[in-house]
Design a protein around this ligand. Structure first.
Ligand code: SF4
Length: 414
């Protein structure tokens, strides 16, 4: 029998139309989700064991040991959060305050600057539902949703027939892809594909601004100015435009100033919005939650009465400067994602990992605590890539504790 609809937590698109077939409290079929979503919903290939010092332990012993490690540390770090519910994120911030700890998340080295600019109202944004119903010009800039968010094009941005876009992608939508290579997204929908050399996003933004100002655009690389003028003409005529900003764009920009200039220029003649292509299902949720509490989205140190914030509080700086002496990792795998030298340093301090699935970081951790898989074994709330809050529903009965419950238990022990 079909059950649902449920929400997929495979990426920050949080598709909410997932149906599953259950047999004896296990999922035997998943409908509607993409391949990435199906593998998330079907659960971990290697579930996380409960261990202390590499040996099997019961959950109470592991929680006590985790509390002991954090209590003994002078400068503990709490990191991860992108794959946890809002409820767990709030609890983690509470724990950071109690411990006078450093807290950071993956936005610190990916889409954080864009989310921060949106929350500080420096970049205009919109919801994915507005994109589906109204958008006529869509730019994928340094983004390849065909792989990162496989249902992006079909659910919201390109293929759907929205209320004001009844004729859909064939006539009503113009998709533009700006990237360093011809991605699969460019193959599928890029009627207009602009290939730019690595690291030239800022230069291309400025040449586009020139074209939007009716000047002949110049680039240091080989691109016909007529093509940039043609692009500017399409952008000027947009009724509802949206820029989906991917990691390719974010990593290429030293500062967001060229992007601010471009968005301001676009909004002189048309209506343009920006949505960051957030990867982990609730990274944006953590940034919103910490922002509400502290005015900052990441890189925070709860130093007693005061709050310190800045680049020196980023996970990368804290580890490379040997500041932190223990780390609690929640729903993340920093040893796999941080640069080699930083990961090596991190692996030298006592680590505690809370996660439903085993990963490289958990294999090097002093304590590992298995948690319920959110959106499957527990419910909760999350923030979609466009800032909309979504309620997650539990699909299976589970006796695993949630991230929130584990953090609460650690707090009790402390
Ligand atoms: S696009 Fe993302 S949220 Fe939607 S089904 Fe695929 S993995 Fe899940």
């Amino acid at each position: 029998m079909e059950n649902g609809p449920f929400v997929c937590t495979g990426c920050a698109l949080l598709c909410d139309d997932i149906s599953v077939e259950l047999q004896d409290n296990s999922i035997v079929r998943v409908d509607t989700a993409c391949r990435k979503g199906v593998s998330r919903i079907k659960g971990c290939i290697s579930p996380m064991p409960c261990t202390v010092d590499g040996k099997a332990a019961d959950i109470n012993t592991a929680i006590k040991e985790a509390a002991g490690v954090l209590k003994a540390a002078k400068h503990p770090l709490i990191f991860g959060h992108g794959n946890s519910t809002l409820e767990a994120q709030r609890k983690a911030i509470e724990l950071a305050k109690k411990l006078k700890a450093h807290i950071d998340d993956t936005s610190s080295f990916c889409q954080g600057p864009l989310v921060e600019a949106i929350l500080n109202e420096k970049l205009p944004t919109c919801t994915l539902d507005e994109v589906r119903h109204k958008a006529d010009v869509i730019i994928f800039w340094g983004a390849d949703p065909s792989h990162s968010h496989p249902r992006h094009l079909s659910m919201y941005s390109y293929f759907p027939r929205g209320k004001q876009r009844q004729r859909g992608w064939e006539e009503d939508r113009n998709a533009i892809v700006i990237d360093v290579r011809k991605s699969d997204t460019a193959v599928v929908c890029g009627k207009m594909f602009y290939e730019i050399p690595i690291g030239t996003d800022s230069e291309f933004m400025d040449s586009l601004i020139s074209a939007l100002s009716n000047k002949v655009p110049k680039t240091s690389f080989n691109m016909d100015p007529k093509r940039i003028l043609e692009l500017a003409n399409v952008l000027k005529k947009a009724e509802f435009g949206v820029v989906f900003a991917g990691l390719g764009m974010t990593y290429s920009l030293d500062s967001l100033e060229p992007l601010f200039r471009l968005m301001n220029k676009l909004n002189e003649t048309s209506k343009f919005h920006l949505i960051p292509m957030v990867g982990q299902y609730n990274m944006r949720g953590f940034d919103h939650t910490l922002f509400q509490e502290t005015g900052y989205i990441n890189r925070v140190y709860f130093n007693g009465e005061s709050i310190e914030h800045g680049p020196q509080q980023s996970v990368v700086e804290l580890i490379s400067n040997n500041v932190v002496d223990a780390a609690l990792i929640i729903g993340s795998d920093p040893l796999a994602s941080l640069p080699g030298q930083i990961a090596k340093k991190l692996s030298k301090i006592p680590l505690i990992t809370i996660d439903p699935c085993e990963n490289l970081t958990s294999r090097r951790s002093k304590v590992t605590i298995p948690s319920a898989l959110s959106g499957v074994e527990c419910g909760g709330t999350a923030v979609r890539m466009d800032g909309v809050e979504v309620a997650l529903k539990q699909i299976l009965d589970s006796n695993r504790l949630t991230d929130e419950q584990i953090i609460a238990r650690i707090m009790e022990e402390i």
